[in-house]
Design a protein around this ligand. Structure first.
Ligand code: FPP
Length: 234
């Protein structure tokens, strides 16, 4: 029995497209509904005392989608991160991003930097938005960072270990305790590969636009009822 609140939750927000198609709506409307849902559910999760919430907003592979869909999502990110700046400040939530810069446009990148800067002193929780993100890319990019530090004499390679490797990821966040994937797919899809090593995983058939407070409570209850013993074969 584990009654505690997980310190770090990660969510693969899947099923926006199917949610929309099932109701005769355009895929884009599913993404918009997903965005609206994310604001509510993220606030609920952080209000429960979860300190870190990571969400998969856009994978490196998502650039292969139609230009119309990619453009829609990029414009949604620009609008949302501009208009929600005060929402995050008011709720004391620090926003950070994980992912590669290229090929994001400067328009997207600049609003990301702006919201990171405006919320950097917020204390209630950290909202990590994985955007243009890939888990293997993150490990490759950390390796490059580490090699450079070693070459510059700033890191002794013998000091690197499993615990402090987190410092070299896109953001220095703790390990993920609970990974949630919506919409019924049962895959990891290259998400946070290093950080989810010991995470409990919860899959639900609910599509992300319907992943509300009640659905989150079900995931939390399932997590809390698991028998998790640190140090056992995990
Ligand atoms: C996967 O569903 C979802 C995405 C690729 C985008 C997720 C983005 C949001 C929820 C909006 C986030 C907004 C901000 C501002 C962070 P899918 O399109 O693959 O669904 P499908 O598998 O049913 O087609």
């Amino acid at each position: 029995m584990k009654n505690d609140i997980p310190n770090h939750i990660a969510i693969i927000m899947d099923g926006n497209g199917r949610w929309a198609t099932r109701q005769g709506l355009k895929r884009q409307e599913g993404h918009y509904a997903g965005y609206k849902r994310l604001k509510k559910t993220a606030l609920y999760i952080l209000d429960k005392g979860v300190k870190y919430l990571s969400v998969f907003a856009f994978s490196t592979e998502n650039f292969k989608r139609s230009k119309e869909e990619v453009d829609y999502l990029m414009n949604l990110f620009i609008k949302a991160f501009k208009s929600d700046k005060n929402f995050f400040i008011k709720n004391d939530i620090k926003v950070v991003f994980s992912g590669r810069k290229e090929p994001l446009s400067d328009d997207v990148y600049n609003v990301m930097k702006e919201i990171e800067k405006s919320t950097e002193n917020c204390k209630k929780g950290v909202f990590n938005v994985c955007l243009n993100y890939g888990g293997q890319a993150e490990i490759v990019d950390s390796t490059k960072k580490i090699v450079k530090l070693v070459q510059d004499g700033k890191l002794n390679i013998d000091d690197l270990n499993e615990e402090n490797y987190y410092h070299y990821l896109y953001n220095d966040l703790p390990e993920v305790d609970l990974l949630i994937r919506t919409s019924g797919e049962v895959r990891i899809s290259n998400f946070m590969l290093y950080s989810i090593s010991y995470a409990e995983i919860y899959f639900t058939s609910t599509c992300f636009p319907d992943f509300d407070e009640l659905e989150f409570d079900k995931a939390l209850e399932d997590y809390q009822n698991r028998n998790i013993t640190k140090g056992s074969v995990k």
